[in-house]
Design a protein around this ligand. Structure first.
Ligand code: GDP
Ligand code: MN
Length: 380
């Protein structure tokens, strides 16, 4: 789960990272009032869950409250990478920007450790820096039992040529960012840019945070911050139904119980020359209602030309699944061919229900995959 800039920056500030004073708003009139209170010179920033807002025209500097209101009118409702802007953040302008630095704490999966990453060449072109001049990016791994040591922030500060009088503040910012990362179960805390202001101070003018979804159960405050307005409808519906669903590019929809079996099913479809349209794990003990929801989710993808249902009955009962399929087909009228393979608990009862409804069934997974691939016109 990703947080908006204003949410991330507030969490950074709780750990002592300096951020500009600011406020979020949903209407130009509100923006004018906030700009007036902040003292006029503000930056109006689109709050959407994507980067590159600056380049898309979603970040504008305003010198007066009237100008802030005008820009808010342009930015609110704007489309940035397919996301509609519903909120803007009004921040007091940084008093001049001498330099834009990139600073982040993130997980290095390869090393299985949190890592500090920084660059003197921060700002809107950081992706290009990472791509073309990776030597301009400095990293240092954090030992979780020790936390950030001062030699680490000193090393980074010297590598990015930070003026020496800012090293102490920089250390506190790195420590604060790591504290924020750890206490919120984040997988990323990023400040881009961390600026050196005209007054010679460090200031975090942008913020991004990704939270580990698996930690949301113990982070109720963060769970409430989730902005579902930008989530694909299908993924929202899946999450509410307790279904693990990930959209892919192929044309064979899959409905499987268990993540491992779902992966296997996708592999076998590939083996027979097909392309899975999604990963879908309906979980253990799925009932008819959930099966119906899963089928609706799969059918909501216009790319789907066939569906392969592969259920291994353990806690999940074959007859329940079969009933769910029939129920779903009552609700969603569709001509899309389906192949069902049931095995395990109550599979025979389930197969009988499906046979009555004249549905195509398969005994082995290979057989099922072959039939599904044939249904979409053969191997690609
Ligand atoms: P992003 O493009 O989505 O990463 O949005 P940012 O929040 O990073 O803003 C883009 C750019 O706008 C930054 O790299 C800065 O150059 C500029 N910017 C943001 N806030 C301020 C500010 O307070 N003052 C000035 N002068 N520039 C700012
Ligand atoms: Mn940025």
């Amino acid at each position: 789960m990703n947080l908006h800039e204003y949410q991330a920056k507030r969490l950074f500030a709780e750990k002592g990272v300096p951020i500009p004073p600011g406020e979020v708003a949903m209407s130009p009139a509100e923006v004018r009032e906030i700009a007036r209170e902040l003292g006029g010179k503000v930056v109006v920033k689109a709050q959407v869950l994507t980067g590159g807002r600056g380049k898309a025209g979603g970040v504008k500097l305003a010198s007066t409250p009237d100008e802030a209101q005008k820009y808010a009118g342009q930015i609110l409702g704007m489309d940035i990478k397919g996301l509609r802007v519903r909120r803007v953040l009004i921040d007091q302008q940084a008093p001049g920007i001498e330099q834009e630095i990139y600073l982040a704490v993130l997980i290095d999966r390869g090393r299985r450790l949190p890592m500090i990453m920084a660059s003197a060449a921060g700002g809107m072109d950081i992706e290009e820096v990472a791509d073309k001049t990776p030597d301009k990016i400095v990293t240092s791994h954090i030992d979780p039992t020790l936390g950030v040591r001062s030699y680490q922030s000193t090393y980074i500060a010297s590598q990015i040529d930070l003026p020496r009088n800012l090293w102490r503040d920089f250390h506190n910012i790195v420590v604060g960012l790591y504290e924020c990362f750890k206490s919120n179960d984040a997988s990323l805390c990023e400040v881009n840019p961390l600026v050196i202001t005209g007054e010679g101070k460090l200031l975090a003018v942008d913020g991004k945070m990704s939270i580990d979804d698996n930690a949301l159960a113990r982070q109720p405050r963060l769970a409430e911050m989730r902005d579902i307005s930008d989530e694909p409808v299908s993924e929202k519906e899946a999450r509410l139904a307790g279904i693990n669903f990930i959209q892919l590019d192929g044309n064979i929809g899959c409905m499987v119980n268990g993540a491992g079996l779902a992966m296997t099913t996708m592999d076998i479809i590939k083996l027979f020359g097909g392309d899975p349209a999604n990963f879908l794990d309906i979980g253990g003990g799925a009932k008819a209602e959930q099966v119906a929801t899963a089928i609706r989710l799969i059918l909501s993808d216009p790319k789907v030309e066939a569906i392969l249902i592969n259920i291994f009955g353990g806690i999940t009962r074959g007859d329940e699944v079969a009933k769910g399929i029939i129920q779903a087909l009552d609700e969603v009228q569709t001509d899309i061919p389906m192949v069902v393979r049931l095995a395990g608990t109550n599979a025979e009862e389930g197969m009988a229900i499906l046979a009555d409804a004249e549905m195509e069934t398969a005994v082995t997974l290979s057989d099922a995959a072959r039939k599904a691939v044939a249904a979409v016109g053969g191997a690609r």
